[in-house]
Design a protein around this ligand. Structure first.
Ligand SMILES: [Zn+2]
Length: 453
């Protein structure tokens, strides 16, 4: 089989690894980038030539936190804090089945690809009994669309009767959780270079998970060589909870149970003390920053610029769509930048730094910085080509045109060299159908959840 070759020429190439090439080129052979540089590309027999005139080429964006099933429960509990919102939604979520997850994941991942995302994680932590294989449903949706996927087998074991927040009927027992998590890793996890599917382990949060499950999940992940994720320090209510239950802040608690390290990334980290930031940096623990969701729930503004200054890895995440309705990943580059500046001043986060956390920073969180996150020879050909001609051409700097205002149209999205989006339209799956599947999943969940809503 001959290798597919593509040449992108005349684009403003932002490699994110230091160099920028106005009018530059990128050569793609198979699933990898084989050359990047200034000016036209060398002639390559049989290559498809993509004219990038008027386009900005960036690495594909990396989404480091999501709950795809929540596509089916958008627009509910609209004006609530995190804890109020969770209490309102746990019961309807407990009624979901594999069909709901399949439709929600298809629409949620399609939406992500349309905003430049080439790699996404997911955090699925509710597994109602007898409702089909929910984890397989989202994995199939990602494979069909053709995006790189790193879903977490999530879990909760501490219901209300054990001092946790969720009702007892949505939690599982520890033995089931660990057995199912190990089975998911054995079945799906592909560690090879260029892998389209990796699994991570992710008990949900300190207020819904026992200490024993946190500790044993970390042991399992490390024995299997996969990454660890959870929610942390999202709200002050959570800090109050860990102070009351464990006598420690959320970061201190995770530190004492061995849940920090270069193989761990944490969602949110909004409420951090100076000592927490120091520990996250020292241990190489990543943060998935989800600015729109934090704003929607009134949780606060994460100390992203302080984390970056300390040298801690930071990535961007859209978070589940029930707390970040229709949020596009490219828009989070802007949201992150503006929220840091609103709180810390105009130099707190530049457009280029915001793009870097959305790409290379995310790759670091997922442990894939050698494969994705920047445009370099030898890395995977995960590339977004944005149209910054037209209205966007009136802006002096194409990176500013991308980051400051409305996201420009997406001319092309390559994942491992394969076209997934062309001219703002999904090409691997029928776009209208994907949208319909998401709406059907919403209607189905609302019907299944009628008696508890
Ligand atoms: Zn979340």
């Amino acid at each position: 089989m001959s290798t597919v070759k593509r040449i992108i020429e005349n684009a403003y190439v932002v490699t994110v690894s230091g160099a920028e090439f106005p009018g530059g080129h990128i050569v793609v052979e198979g699933d990898k980038i084989t050359a990047v540089g200034p000016g036209p590309a060398p002639r390559i027999e049989g290559a498809e030539r993509i004219d990038g005139t008027g386009c900005l080429a960036t690495p594909g964006l990396v989404n480091t936190h999501h709950h795809l099933y929540q596509w089916a429960s958008q627009g509910l509990a609209k004006d609530n804090t995190l804890f109020e919102w969770l209490v309102a939604l746990y019961r309807p979520w407990s009624k979901m089945d594999a069909e709901v997850v399949a439709g929600a994941a298809s629409a949620g991942l399609g939406w992500l690809a349309k905003s430049g995302c080439t790699t996404s994680t997911d955090h699925h932590y509710i597994f109602p009994k007898g409702r089909g294989d929910l984890f397989a449903a989202e994995i199939e949706a990602a494979a069909e669309l053709g995006v790189r996927f790193q879903p977490c087998r999530g879990s909760m074991d501490r219901g209300q009767s054990q001092g946790g927040l969720p009702p007892d009927e949505v939690v599982e027992d520890i033995d089931t959780i660990l057995a199912e998590t190990e089975a998911a890793i054995d079945r799906y996890h592909d560690d090879s270079f260029g892998s389209m599917l990796r699994i991570a382990v992710a008990p949900c949060s300190p207020f819904s998970v026992s200490k024993e499950l946190m500790v044993r999940s970390a042991e399992l992940a490390r024995a299997k060589g996969v990454r660890l994720h959870t929610h942390l320090a999202e709200t002050l209510d959570e800090e109050e909870h860990t102070l009351q239950q464990f006598g420690m802040t959320p970061v201190e608690y995770m530190d004492t149970i061995g849940y920090l390290g270069p193989d761990v990334w944490l969602a949110h980290c909004v409420h951090l003390h100076d000592t927490d930031i120091k520990r996250l940096a020292e241990t190489g623990t990543g943060t998935a920053h989800c600015p729109s969701s934090n704003a929607r729930l009134g949780a606060g503004i994460a100390r992203v610029s302080d984390l970056l200054k300390a040298g801690a890895p930071v990535g961007l995440g859209v978070d589940g769509s029930a707390s970040a309705e229709l949020v596009p990943l490219a828009g989070e580059v802007r949201q992150a930048m503006y929220m840091q500046r609103a709180r810390y001043g105009p130099t707190a986060l530049t457009a280029r730094q915001a793009l870097e956390i959305g790409t290379l920073g995310g790759a670091r969180c997922l442990g894939r910085e050698n494969e994705i996150g920047s445009i370099e020879a030898g890395k995977l050909a995960d590339i977004a080509l944005w149209r910054v001609d037209g209205f966007h051409a009136a802006v002096a700097d194409p990176v500013v045109a991308f980051a400051y205002g409305a996201t420009p149209p997406l001319a092309r999205l390559l994942v491992g060299g394969r076209t997934v989006v062309r001219d703002d339209e999904l090409v691997t799956v029928p776009q209208d159908e994907v949208g319909r599947r998401g709406a059907d999943a919403h209607r189905r969940l609302m019907k299944l959840a009628e008696e508890v809503l």
